[in-house]
Design a protein. Structure first.
Length: 109
């Protein structure tokens, strides 16, 4: 369904867009940032925000690595930490049957 919506909006590019001209082009970066904050306030519930975000992140792969890292940090997306149990095998001392017992001279009874 999302692909169908993309095709529909591509068809309207040359003609009148059903949403009108919402955002101006050629503005400073802070304009787009404040416009995004304004859009966030317009969403009535999380479902609307989810569908909007799902359509916006389509160009995420086109960003450079620094921009991707800043966005993932802002969203709290971190790689999952894998905790593995460390298995330590203890080697038993080999006892030689031919050795004599040692006298403990350090113990003072």
């Amino acid at each position: 369904m999302n692909r169908d919506i993309e095709l529909l909006t591509d068809m309207f590019r040359d003609e009148e867009n059903p949403f009108g001209t919402i955002i101006e082009t050629g503005k400073e970066d802070h304009y787009y940032s404040s416009f995004g904050i304004h859009l966030l306030k317009e969403f009535e519930n999380n479902d609307h925000y989810y569908h909007f975000l799902l359509s916006v992140v389509g160009k995420f792969q086109e960003l450079d690595e620094n921009q991707k890292e800043r966005i993932t940090n802002k969203m709290g997306i971190f790689p999952k930490t894998i905790i593995q149990k460390e298995i330590i095998e203890t080697k038993k001392k080999k006892t030689n049957k031919n050795t004599k017992p040692r006298i403990n001279m350090k113990d003072d009874y």
